[in-house]
Design a protein around this ligand. Structure first.
Ligand code: PLP
Length: 378
C-alpha cells in the first residue's frame, strides 16, 4: 500500500466502529467516507459514482458481473477468452448457458477473427483488459465495438490494467468492469464493480440494502476508504506509468544484454508497463524461483506443480508455450514503490541464479533447491 493509503485507513481501523447503515452521527460519517471513496474511484475510471459497487475484491466483482449478465440476457452462449483469470473461468462454469472460449495468438493477444467467429449465437461476453500472467493488454476496445454491433453486454476483468495504464470505461465501451484495490497500491479484500448506468443489474450477494440494494453486507469501511485513497493516488500519478516502464525496461535490457538464452514472452508492445514475462533457456522456472527467493527476490511462475509433475498454466497452453519454454518462464512485476536501482539489482540476482542453475545442470550437481512445490499466479 502507498503510505497515504495506510494513513487514510488508520482512523477507520482504530475508531471507525460505526455501522454505516446506522442512524447516528458516527454512522453518517462512515457513510460519507464510503461515498467519498466511491466518488474517487468513479472519477479515476471516468464513471459516475452510482455506477460503482464496492465488493470484497476482484473475484467477487467478476462473479457478480457474470451472474448479473447471465440473468440479464436471453438464450445464447457466453464467450470468454481462453486466458481469463480463474475468477472468470470458474465463475463461467456456473452460468446457465454453455461457454465458448476465444483463443489467443502466440503473442498472447486475443485472436479477433476467431473471436468474431464465436459471436453468432453469443449472448454475453467477458474479456480481460490485461492478462495477469503475461501482462499482455487485450484489444478490448475492438471487442466492445464488435459486441455493440450485436447488442451484446461486455464484462471486462480490469484487475491487472487498473493503475498501470489509463482505464476509462466510456472510451472502452464496457458495461461491467471489475477492479481490485490491492493491484493498485490499495488494501487486499476490497474491490469494485463498475456497472454502466441504465443496464439492469442482478445482485449476487443478497441481504441488506447496502450499496443501493446491489450488494448486501456491512461495508468494509476502512478497506473502501483505502481503495478510494489508492484510486485518487492513481489518478494523480497517471504519468508514473512511465516510471514503471523505466524500471521494467532497465531490468529487461540488462538481462537480455548480459544473460544468453533469455526471451520475452508475449506481445512486447501491447503489455503492462510493469510486467516482464521471460523465458530462461535451460532453467526450470520452479527451481529458478526458489533460488531467487533465497536471494530475496519474489516473483511468480506460470507452471504449477501437481502431483510431482510440472504443468503449464492455461495461459501458456493457450499461447502454445507448453514445452520447455513454458516450463522456463517467470513473471516479474514492479510497483511504484520499487526503484530503478532495485530493478538493476534484481537483474543482477537473476543473472547469478540462472547461471548457477545452468552450471549445476551442466555438471550434474545439486543446484541447492528443494523439490518443486505448488506455485501459482494471482
Ligand atoms: N482477475 C485478475 C486478472 C487477477 O489478477 C486477480 C488477482 O489476483 C483477480 C481477478 C482476483 O482478484 P482478488 O484477488 O482481489 O479477488
Amino acid at each position: 500500500m502507498l503510505p497515504e493509503v495506510l494513513e487514510a485507513m488508520l482512523p477507520w481501523l482504530r475508531d471507525g466502529h460505526a455501522n454505516p447503515s446506522g442512524a447516528y452521527a458516527s454512522a453518517r460519517r462512515a457513510r460519507q467516507a464510503i461515498d467519498d471513496a466511491r466518488g474517487r474511484v468513479a472519477e479515476w475510471i471516468g464513471a459516475e459514482p452510482d455506477e460503482i459497487i464496492f465488493t470484497s475484491g476482484g473475484t467477487e466483482s467478476v462473479n457478480t458481473a457474470l451472474h448479473s449478465m447471465d440473468r440479464l440476457v436471453g438464450a445464447g452462449t457466453a464467450v470468454v477468452s481462453a486466458i481469463e483469470h480463474s475468477a472468470v473461468l470458474r465463475g463461467a462454469e456456473d452460468l446457465s448457458r454453455p461457454v465458448k472460449y476465444a483463443p489467443v495468438r502466440p503473442d498472447g493477444r486475443l485472436d479477433l477473427d476467431k473471436f468474431a467467429a464465436l459471436l453468432p449465437g453469443a449472448a454475453m461476453i467477458s474479456v480481460m483488459a490485461a492478462n495477469n500472467e503475461t501482462g499482455v493488454i487485450q484489444p478490448l476496445h475492438e471487442v466492445c465495438t464488435m459486441a455493440r454491433e450485436r447488442g451484446l453486454p461486455v464484462h471486462s476483468d480490469g484487475v491487472q490494467l487498473a493503475g498501470k495504464a489509463e482505464i476509462k470505461v466510456r472510451q472502452l465501451g464496457v458495461d461491467f468492469l471489475s477492479l481490485s484495490a490491492h493491484k493498485f497500491h490499495g488494501p487486499k479484500g476490497v474491490g469494485a464493480l463498475h456497472v454502466r448506468r441504465g443496464i439492469r443489474f442482478f445482485p449476487l450477494l443478497k441481504g441488506g440494502s447496502q450499496e443501493n440494494g446491489r450488494r448486501g453486507g456491512t461495508e468494509n469501511v476502512a478497506g473502501i476508504v483505502g481503495m478510494g485513497a489508492a484510486a485518487a493516488a492513481m489518478r494523480r500519478r497517471a504519468q508514473d506509468h512511465t516510471a514503471l516502464q523505466v524500471m521494467r525496461d532497465t531490468f529487461e535490457s540488462k538481462l537480455l544484454a548480459e544473460l544468453p538464452g533469455v526471451a520475452v514472452n508475449g506481445d512486447p508492445v501491447h503489455r503492462l508497463p510493469n510486467t516482464s514475462h521471460l523465458a530462461f533457456d535451460g532453467c526450470e522456472a520452479v527451481e529458478l524461483i526458489q533460488l531467487l527467493d533465497q536471494a530475496g527476490l519474489e516473483c511468480s511462475a506460470g507452471s504449477a506443480c501437481m502431483a510431482g509433475k510440472i504443468r503449464p498454466s492455461h495461459v501458456q497452453l493457450a499461447m502454445g508455450l507448453d514445452g520447455a519454454r513454458g516450463r522456463s518462464s517467470l513473471r516479474f512485476s514492479f510497483s511504484l514503490l520499487n526503484t530503478p536501482a532495485e530493478a538493476f539489482n534484481a537483474a543482477e540476482i537473476v543473472i547469478q541464479a540462472a547461471t548457477r542453475l545452468r552450471e549445476a545442470k551442466r555438471r550434474g550437481t545439486d543446484p541447492g533447491v528443494a523439490p518443486p512445490c505448488g506455485l501459482a499466479f494471482s
